[in-house]
Unconditional design. Structure first.
Length: 223
């Protein structure tokens, strides 16, 4: 359907990028590349990179560009990324965006499709403090907006639902400040360097999915 599609989901923490990235990665058969997930995996495995990233992540700051770009370059050299990928949480700074532009040129990708999640900041606190993630499959819930059928358990596989350690009020304000300072300028950057589409991230997840279907197409039988 799509030939070599590079997708970037842009928006503050809690805007719904991860939920939609999981869904569309499955539908488009291309991997979801979440630098946050990759870093948390390093932290869980207690690698040298993970030990360096942990302190930064726990205070809500951004991990240095060189670390993140190196991790992404490694990941993009794997065969499943040849046809395309959906970035969720990358790039987050202008130097990361410049580095990615060079990588995409080298790999022969065209300009990325950039989905900009436009959200009201007031709602993000509630979304982030209520977020729970399945320890087994990574499915994302919210205690108020999208509760599981059984408290604390994933609907799909019964896995334990966990709260991220950086989804605490004091860290959330730092993460939102980092977004404002370092990531928000990418919206303007991608108005010229990408194919930027704005979506209303405050709508419920189903409505956001339908907006994204206008960009990527709907599953067959549901045009
Ligand atoms: P996320 O899961 O996308 O909310 O990311 C969690 C944390 O990982 C962020 O608060 C940052 O500390 C770090 N992180 C994830 N992606 C990046 C990135 N592209 N650049 C720098 N730090 C990142």
């Amino acid at each position: 359907m799509h030939d070599r599609l590079a997708v970037i989901l842009l928006g503050p923490p809690g805007a719904g990028k991860g939920t939609q990235a999981r869904l569309f990665a499955g539908r488009l058969s291309i991997p979801q590349l979440s630098t946050g997930d990759m870093l948390r995996d390093h932290v869980a495995r207690n690698t040298p990179l993970g030990r360096e990233a942990k302190v930064v992540m726990e205070r809500g700051d951004l991990v240095p560009d060189a670390i993140v770009v190196g991790m992404v370059e490694d990941r993009l050299s794997q065969p499943d990324a040849m046809r395309g990928f959906i970035f969720d949480g990358f790039p987050r700074t202008l130097p990361q965006a410049d580095a990615l532009g060079k990588i995409l040129d080298r790999l022969g990708f065209g300009r990325p499709v950039v989905v900009n999640f436009v959200v009201d900041y007031d709602g993000l606190f509630r979304r982030l403090t209520g977020r729970r993630t399945c320890a087994l499959c990574g499915e994302i819930y919210n205690v108020t907006d999208r509760p599981p059928k059984v408290d604390g358990r994933c609907d799909r596989d019964g896995g334990e639902l966990k709260q991220r350690s950086d989804d605490r009020a004091e860290v959330i304000s730092e993460r939102l400040a980092a977004y404002d300072r370092q990531t928000r300028p990418l919206v303007e950057y991608y108005r010229t360097h990408g194919r930027l589409v704005d979506v209303n991230g405050d709508a419920d997840a189903g409505t956001v999915t339908r907006s994204l279907e206008k960009v990527f197409g709907a599953p067959q039988g549901r045009a």
